[in-house]
Design a protein around this ligand. Structure first.
Ligand code: SF4
Ligand code: SF4
Length: 463
């Protein structure tokens, strides 16, 4: 996990939300954000309990059951797409209400009180090396065991995450779970940089060292110049004098933030992995593209007589081989344009601008999923396990809710989204490296063009 730079930041730009009395009172209140985290924890535990022991009923399509069971519907159909959109627009706002941070922090405090020798997080762990592996594993579980369609597996995932938060909290200090173990921390770090909510120093504190010890994540609040690691927990706001810190609402992708010309390796690997997964997700909506994407892993599975392991082969193809091939192509284009001396340099220079394009692809698929799954929510609230609903819908005794948006409309909306992301990615590349960004443009255009082509295909315009 990266730390905020020690360079003095430029003056923060935006409206300070703490000027609104109600927001100021809320952030300064001792129960913030723990009360919200506790409420989300209650929902989290309820879902983990409901999902336990439920596999797809015999004779029901697994894809249908994923939508009728409240656990999979809420976690994978509503929360996951929403979190992508919220992070891009608002930064790490999810972290403010995240129950795992609460649980891990309570465990950390308990470990301290019990006199356990808690270790600091260091080296590659703190840079996110394990977090990127856990994110890749999470993506692998989608085709591997169909975690997104099996409530029991989703429940296991929720309990395992909770247990990991407790164990890491007991054994490590300084919010170690968030800084080195959370599987989505790099996604929030990469996608949330342009978010409109930001904690920044007040005019008098910017660049000082007076609040350096106030942040449980070991950031230096007066010198914050990026959203990448700040969980918007408000601790530094409460601990300092009034007006030391601000809670800014600003335009997306603020030019005042610091940009890194070279991303860290864990972040670069995260963007590479997620680019493959997003490519698969975008292909999955266009019926003509999905067989093309899956042709190679299907051949491999047939040749190896893989049987039930075919899903894992598809997973490795999606999160390892496709990203490698894609990024070799992007690296070749960048090197041919003189934008990098090696593949490693090309990938690290491209990672953060590309994260904007990949996030737009992720948002596109998220919008498609949210709008086609959300209609199932009233059924799932009525019958949370979803077994009877699935059986009736499967037997055509009950109609399946229609998607909120047609594919041509989704195609038009998401094409716009990706064009905007292309322009923003070019701006990010320019702000990170004003002298050399032009040499990275062909690669940015290549990935954006590929995603644009895929969402164009969603509309059936090519049929
Ligand atoms: S980094 Fe992960 S565990 Fe920590 S608050 Fe954010 S989402 Fe929750
Ligand atoms: S203490 Fe301040 S700087 Fe640290 S994570 Fe919380 S809001 Fe961000």
């Amino acid at each position: 996990m990266q730390r905020a730079s020690n360079a003095a930041p430029p003056p923060p730009a935006g409206f300070n939300l703490l000027r609104i009395a109600a927001i100021r009172r809320l952030v300064l209140w001792g129960g913030f954000p723990a009360l919200f985290q506790s409420l989300v924890l209650a929902v989290y535990l309820t879902l983990a309990v409901i999902g336990w022991g439920h596999l797809t009923p015999t004779g029901v399509n697994a894809k249908l059951y994923a939508k009728t069971n409240i656990v999979n519907l809420v976690i994978w159909g509503l929360w996951w797409p929403a979190i992508i959109w919220v992070t891009v627009f608002l930064g790490r706002a999810w972290c403010t209400v995240c129950p795992l941070e609460l649980v891990s922090s309570l465990a950390e405090r308990a470990g301290r009180n019990l006199g356990l020798r808690q270790r600091p997080l260091g080296g590659w762990l703190a840079k996110g090396a394990l977090a990127v592996c856990l994110f890749a594993l999470m993506q692998l579980l989608v085709p591997g065991i169909q975690i997104h369609r099996m409530p029991h597996y989703t429940s296991l995932f929720l309990w395992a995450s909770l247990a990991a938060a407790v164990i890491v909290g007991l054994l490590f200090k300084d919010r170690a779970f968030c800084r080195g173990f959370c599987p989505v921390s790099l996604l929030l770090n990469a996608y949330g940089r342009g978010g409109m909510i930001a904690v920044r120093a007040g005019q008098h504190e910017a660049g000082s060292n007076r609040g350096a010890h106030l942040c449980p994540s070991l950031l230096n609040p007066p010198k914050l110049n990026s959203n990448r690691d700040c969980l918007v927990c408000g601790q530094c706001v409460r601990a300092g004098a009034p007006d030391d810190m601000q809670l800014l609402l600003r335009a997306p992708f603020s030019a005042a933030d610091a940009r890194e010309p070279l991303a860290s390796w864990p972040l670069t690997l995260f963007v590479m992995v997620v680019s493959g997964f997003v490519t698969f997700e975008l292909c999955g909506v266009w019926k003509a593209a999905e067989p093309v994407f899956l042709w190679a892993p299907k051949q491999a599975s047939a040749a190896l007589n893989a049987g039930a392991a075919a899903g894992w082969i598809q997973g490795l193809w999606t999160i390892a081989l496709v990203p490698l091939l894609l990024w070799i192509a992007l690296g070749l284009v960048t090197r041919a344009a003189g934008g990098a001396a090696s593949f490693g340099e090309a990938w690290r220079r491209l990672a953060l601008p590309m994260a904007v394009v990949v996030a737009a692809g992720h948002m596109s698929k998220g919008l498609e999923k949210f709008t086609s799954w959300a209609g199932f929510l009233p059924h799932a609230l009525r019958e949370p396990t979803g077994v009877n609903t699935a059986l009736q819908m499967n037997a055509k005794a009950m109609p399946q809710p229609a998607a909120w948006l047609s594919l041509p409309v989704l195609s038009a909306v998401t094409m716009t989204l990706i064009v905007v992301a292309l322009l923003l990615a070019i701006r990010e590349a320019r702000l990170a490296d004003p002298a050399g960004f032009r040499k990275r443009l062909p690669a940015i255009a290549l990935l954006s063009g590929s995603y644009l082509f895929l969402v164009f295909g969603w509309g059936g315009w090519l049929a």
